[in-house]
Design a protein. Structure first.
Length: 91
């Protein structure tokens, strides 16, 4: 796999004597009086320093339930619509 120069942008706290640019304020808004600056980092470094997050099982269960009920509901509607159309066709 070749490196095509992909870079990851991150927000880094800036020093008080360095003024934040408009782009810095757009992408990294100040929080609690702390200014941030946009920096470019290597994607490999971003992956190794990223916090480990666990899956939200309650949210995943909600998505699964929505998908399952949608499929069953569509099957139920189409089966009854097909029966109704067959009844009308046969007279």
């Amino acid at each position: 796999m070749t490196d095509h120069g992909i870079r990851v942008l991150a927000c880094k706290p800036s020093h008080p004597f360095i003024a934040a640019t408009a782009i810095d304020r757009e992408f990294c808004p100040p929080q609690d009086g702390q200014q941030f600056a946009v920096v470019s980092i290597d994607p490999k470094a971003a992956l190794t320093n990223s916090p480990v997050t666990s899956l939200d099982t309650a949210l995943l269960a909600g998505f699964w339930t929505l998908a399952f009920t949608t499929v069953v509901g569509l099957w139920f509607v189409s089966a009854h619509l097909g029966a109704l159309l067959g009844f009308i066709r046969r007279g």
